[in-house]
Design a protein around this ligand. Structure first.
Ligand SMILES: [Zn+2]
Length: 445
């Protein structure tokens, strides 16, 4: 019974932490559903990975919503499409002021999330969306957009992508200007999707931390969209964050080939259209591609392994979650949608935690996962003040603490400071329900 009591203590503790922190996911593609299929994400849906009620339940109160424009939108067409997405966000904000509001800096995010609403943080996904014009970039910033992924699946005119043939050998001189301007105005530079050379060129010029908003570890799943160990270490030194992508191919080597071929297929699309015809093509392609999840070998356990690897390579402050939900076509077992990190799931403790007849036993679903997502929990305002560090891009690490255990500390060989102070007194890792929390960085005001 002692162990049941401590199990319940752990659950209570996890709930307390869950209720007190602001969860962040650095990459969600849900606005594609809103624009392309007109779905109403203020209601609980079964067709998407994410909606506002499930975000609330999951404690993901500060999600990054990507305004992604496929690379077959060229020049001003890409700008037009970006504005459609931004307009769709505005409609959402106007229709549901009780549920969601735009956050353009850390204190806004904190205030909005504190009032029980979702604090939307907007990003754009693909440097082609600025149509080679820094004025367009600055206008996006004035529209509240706070991060940009430098490329998508194809090279643009100033940066090479990880999934295209090298054309510039990394960043061009204009590409370096883009990075400098983003640093100057307070837009987070996102190096997911870029080629390895573009990555290192970016770090050489960046004066502020970068993020890899939705990339995982290449050593574990060999896709060019993932990061090498060297890149992960470099992000750590830069003070940046790697948001682990939950797409099955990003996580599990068995699913990697499928991901590589689906990226190649998407990158090859070159519809010769503009205007409404192009928009219809894009909508069809999205809805077809993301409605039905393909079978996958990946499990939640793989996501944990990736998180652990980044912890080992860069340190615990440099790993986050960038699930890519609503932008991936196969999901791991155990991480099917954002509700999988919800409070309700606390009841799904592994069987060895359940005493006969206990509430846990009645509520549990018999999962025997040895590991759950590592929980890192904010320790209150101390962490949040870090968000406000001026000027421009401030670090917004949710201060992290593992509800983990000594065996995890050993397995991870965490830095002494972490393992000694935070982890020593904990119990069995496989007995802990855990929540994922991630570091956030937001530009300040
Ligand atoms: Zn992406």
């Amino acid at each position: 019974m002692a162990s049941l009591a401590s199990a319940q203590d752990e659950l209570a503790r996890a709930r307390r932490i869950h209720a007190s922190v602001i969860g962040v996911d650095s990459h969600l593609d849900t606005m594609q559903w809103v624009l392309n299929a007109g779905v109403d994400i203020s209601r609980r849906l079964s067709t998407t990975h994410v909606d506002l009620p499930r975000l609330r339940e999951a404690g993901v109160r500060a999600p990054f919503f990507a305004l992604w424009v496929p690379t077959y939108y060229k020049g001003s067409e890409a700008v037009r499409r970006t504005l459609q997405l931004r307009d769709a966000v505005e409609k959402l904000l106007e229709a549901h002021p009780d549920q969601v509001a735009l956050a353009t800096n850390a204190s806004e995010a904190r205030r909005i999330a504190g009032s029980g609403k979702i604090a939307l943080i907007l990003t754009i996904e693909g440097g082609h969306q600025i149509a080679d014009d820094l004025a367009v970039l600055r206008m996006y910033h004035r529209l509240g957009i706070r991060s940009m992924t430098l490329t998508h699946f194809r090279n643009n005119n100033w940066a090479d992508s990880s999934t295209d043939q090298p054309r510039h050998g990394g960043l061009t001189a204009f590409g370096r200007q883009v990075v400098r301007e983003m640093n100057r105005i307070g837009m987070i530079v996102d190096i997911s999707h870029v080629s390895d050379k573009t990555f290192f060129d970016t770090l050489a010029v960046a004066t502020r931390p970068v993020i890899a908003s939705h990339s995982s570890c290449r050593a574990l799943s060999d896709v060019p969209r993932n990061m090498t160990d060297e890149m992960i270490r470099a992000v750590g030194k830069n003070g940046g964050v790697v948001g682990i992508n939950f797409g099955a191919g990003f996580l599990n080597a068995k699913d990697a080939a499928g991901l590589r071929s689906s990226i190649a297929g998407k990158a090859a699309l070159e519809p010769q259209m503009t205007g409404e015809a192009l928009d219809r093509f894009a909508a069809d392609e999205y809805v077809r591609g993301y409605s039905v999840m393909k079978k996958a070998a990946a499990t939640l356990e793989d996501a944990v392994t990736h998180i652990e690897r980044v912890v080992k390579l860069a340190g615990i402050d440099h790993v986050g979650i960038g699930s890519d939900w609503d932008g991936i076509s196969s999901v791991p077992a155990g991480l099917e949608d954002v509700s999988r990190t919800s409070r309700g799931r606390l009841e799904d403790a592994p069987p060895h935690r359940r005493a006969p007849g206990s509430r846990l036993q009645r509520a549990g679903r018999g999962e025997d996962s040895r590991r759950q997502l590592p929980v890192r929990a904010a320790t209150g305002d101390r962490a949040l003040t870090a968000w406000d560090r001026p000027p421009g891009l401030s670090l917004a690490f949710l201060h992290l603490q593992w509800i983990g255990a000594t065996d995890v500390a050993q397995a991870l060989s965490l830095p002494r400071r972490d393992s000694s102070r935070r982890l020593r007194s904990a119990g069995c890792f496989r007995c802990k329900w855990q929540f994922a929390r991630l570091p956030v960085r937001l530009p300040c005001g």
